[in-house]
Design a protein around this ligand. Structure first.
Ligand code: ADP
Ligand code: MG
Length: 246
């Protein structure tokens, strides 16, 4: 479902991704771990073209983008990848002047061109799926952080993505609100959604991940099943990372 081959991203002289090879099969939950600045966000953003890779190849849901393509062709393919992926950010990035339902249906109306009634019907179903049917008319400022993030997940699901990318979806939340967002993510995992998740929630990583991928300095230095990774990380940097959690 996702494949990165020899993916490199440079910001000026700085090589932030230094030859990433990553494969994610349909239905897998891959948790990306690594110290701050190791390139986790940049990797997610290169997968859907929010950042332009410097070299290498990205393939998502059957769409292949080689960094060497002409900019116009590359952008067209990334647009097509973005239509097949949903992304959830640390900051929920909801439209403040739209209701919960309005946020969820925006892409259905604007991108898909659905009539309002049809978009609302789908939007209501998605809000129900994240447990927020009663908040359909609420504006983001009247929702808790956990509720806002659940709206953001419903919004990401609206265009029926083949893949969901999460970048620290619970890092901005008060601790007591983390669980409700993780519960929605666990449910999506159970339903077979393909997900790549950057998170510091190690319990989620242990229990929900099919695989843990550990980045350091823009390289994948370790890749393992969560049980093996947490019980006995092989790489020194990963060992230190896990010790710091305890
Ligand atoms: P992580 O998500 O693992 O904390 P990032 O992918 O955000 O790491 O960042 C990796 C490195 O790339 C950091 O050194 C960061 O400063 C740098 N970086 C990220 N985005 C940009 C950018 N737009 N311009 C320049 N440097 C960037
Ligand atoms: Mg990051």
């Amino acid at each position: 479902m996702i494949e990165a081959r020899e993916l490199v991203k440079q910001f000026g002289p700085q090589r932030v991704l230094d030859g990433i090879d990553l494969k994610v099969e349909e239905g897998e939950i891959v948790v990306l771990l690594g110290p701050s600045g190791s390139g986790k966000s940049t990797l997610l953003r290169c997968l859907n073209g929010l950042e332009t890779p410097t070299s290498g190849t990205v393939e998502v849901a059957g769409v292949i983008v080689d960094a060497g393509l002409k900019p116009r062709d590359r952008e067209a393919r990334f647009r097509s990848i973005r239509q097949r992926t949903g992304m959830v950010f640390q900051q929920f990035n909801l439209y403040p002047h739209k209701t919960a339902l309005g946020n969820v249906t925006e892409a259905l109306r604007v991108v898909r061109g659905l009539a309002a009634a049809e978009a609302d019907r789908i939007g209501e179903r998605l809000l129900a799926r994240v447990g927020l049917s009663d908040k359909r008319d609420a504006y983001p400022s009247r929702l808790s952080g956990g509720q806002q993030q659940r709206v953001a997940i419903a919004r990401a699901l609206a265009t029926e993505p083949a893949v969901l990318l999460f970048d620290e979806p619970t890092s901005a939340l008060d601790p007591e609100l983390v669980g409700e967002v993780l519960a929605v993510m666990r449910e999506l995992a159970r339903e077979g959604m393909t997900m790549v998740v950057v998170t510091h929630e190690m319990k989620f990583a242990r229990e929900a991940a099919s695989r843990v991928v550990f980045l350091d300095g823009g390289r994948i230095v370790e890749e393992a099943a969560p049980e093996a990774f947490f019980a006995s990380p092989r790489h020194e940097r990963a060992q230190r990372f896990i010790r710091q959690l305890q």
